[in-house]
Design a protein. Structure first.
Length: 458
């Protein structure tokens, strides 16, 4: 076997986000091939062999790479529309446009979504894609190709909808699948693309869209499919009061009880939003270790409400952060969600005690790894874990007078990313992506957004 090639990062502050929240005011990290070999205070050990690069990270904070736990990449080409709507009205306004997407649009939108996240410190992304118009091409393959080219670790939540307008759902009928078609296509996607290995770059989850756009049969059989294939499950849950009323009227129970009745609570499940949850709902999530993707900006954009994140955490529920689709969070950046999660939760019942800066960073790193089922591999800086990490530049005008680097990162302006590594491979240098052309992506996303608008008749 070839000797491990090493990268040494020195003279940096380090927030490991390990179980003890270990931090170093000035320390080092040694990467050996794909993994973190060692880290600690002071200088790196002497005599390291095969050091191919040394980085003087003076003025930087090193953290685990950010982990995004909920997104809809295709929405990158429908940003800035329906800006004053609640969720249901927003969906009604946008589904006719979304139902016109094709493979090229989906690929280009995925490029834009991934590029924006990666240049802002995301090293693990996910996409919940559930719109599969008839004859639109290989949308899952296009999304996965974009992620591979960008260089991020990726989970595709292969979504589905089988409740169209004729069945009382919101999406146009030609944008939904049959029960059998959705299950078969999801199984094929898992078998073609899911990698269960420790350092996997691509994983697939089973992800029917939401209680109001899928049948009970699709939820139940989707859960059975995921567990037969050994993959995780994802959906939207308890996002709005309208959803709660919908479940009560249609199923005679609230969303959490309905999910439990269909097999959708468990440590292999995570749900997006979870804004409107009572104490019983939170207890059920805690008892079953069901995870939550908290999307503070999107929840605010759609006036959905303030999720009870402090109560979820206190109960032991795994919670990560999500960008959500960029039709409801136009910035598309996860590092700004660290700040928004802290600020918005302080508007809730717990006020200034809701979240602190370190809890917010944990949500965006280790919490996200928990939610995606990868906490043994990523989410904290520890020897043996995969080398997914970010160097944040904190010595410029924007941050230099904030003594505590974690506070600077979370509460200060969006910090520049000097370098970002995934599996020990650098994907960002001085705020620019190394493996894809940002300017070309900007041009193509604008062109595809115009083409979609023309097709949809805007």
């Amino acid at each position: 076997m070839a000797a491990a090639q090493r990268i040494v990062i020195e003279n940096c502050s380090i927030a490991t986000v390990d179980a003890d929240d270990t931090e170093y005011g000035s320390g080092y990290v040694v990467i050996a091939d794909r993994r973190i070999e060692s880290l600690g205070a002071g200088k790196a050990p002497e005599g390291l062999e095969n050091v191919v690069r040394r980085i003087d990270a003076t003025g930087h904070l090193v953290t685990p790479g950010l982990v995004n736990t909920h997104h809809h990449f295709y929405q990158w080409i429908t940003r800035g529309l329906a800006t004053d709507h609640n969720l249901f009205n927003w969906l009604v306004a946008l589904y006719p446009t979304w139902a016109r997407i094709d493979e090229q649009m989906t690929y280009t939108a995925a490029q834009g979504s991934l590029a924006m996240m990666a240049r802002g410190g995301v090293t693990t992304a996910m996409d919940h894609h559930y719109v599969f118009p008839q004859g639109s091409g290989d949308l899952s393959g296009a999304i996965i190709r974009a992620a591979r080219e960008t260089g991020v670790r990726f989970t595709l939540a292969r979504g589905s909808m089988d409740r169209g307008e004729k069945d009382g759902g919101l999406p146009p009928d030609f944008a939904v699948e049959t029960l059998e078609g959705a299950l078969a296509a999801t199984e094929l996607t898992v078998k073609e693309h899911h990698d269960s290995s420790f350092d996997a770059m691509t994983q697939v989850a089973v992800a029917p869209c939401s209680p109001f756009s899928v049948s009970t049969e699709l939820l139940r059989e989707g859960a059975e499919l995921a567990r037969r294939l050994g993959v995780r499950l994802h959906t939207h849950g308890s996002e709005t009061v309208e959803e709660e009323r919908f479940c009560e009227e249609l199923f005679g129970m609230g969303p959490t009880d309905y999910f439990e009745s269909t097999g959708w609570l468990g440590e292999d499940v995570w749900m997006a939003h979870c804004v409107h949850m009572n104490d019983s709902d939170i207890a059920a999530f805690a008892r079953t270790k069901t995870g939550v993707a908290h999307c503070p900006s999107s929840n605010a954009r759609l006036a959905a409400g303030i999720a009870r994140v402090p109560d979820l955490l206190a109960a032991g529920v795994p919670v990560g952060l999500g960008v959500d689709g960029t039709a409801s969070n136009e910035s598309g950046e996860l590092h700004t969600e660290l700040r928004n999660a802290l600020l918005i939760n302080r508007l809730g019942a717990h006020r200034e005690a809701a979240l602190n800066a370190r809890q917010a960073l944990r949500l965006g790193t280790y919490g996200g790894a928990q939610v995606l089922g990868r906490a043994a591999e990523i989410g904290s800086l520890e020897p043996g874990k995969l080398a997914d990490l970010v160097l944040w530049k904190l010595d410029t005008l924007a941050h230099a007078s904030i003594a505590d680097p974690v506070t600077a990162l979370v509460l200060g302006a969006a910090a520049p990313v000097t370098a970002s590594f995934v599996n020990g491979r650098q994907i960002v240098e001085a705020g620019r992506l190394l493996h894809v052309d940002e300017d070309a992506i900007a041009r193509s996303t604008r062109a595809e957004a115009r083409r979609l608008a023309e097709i949809a008749g805007h």
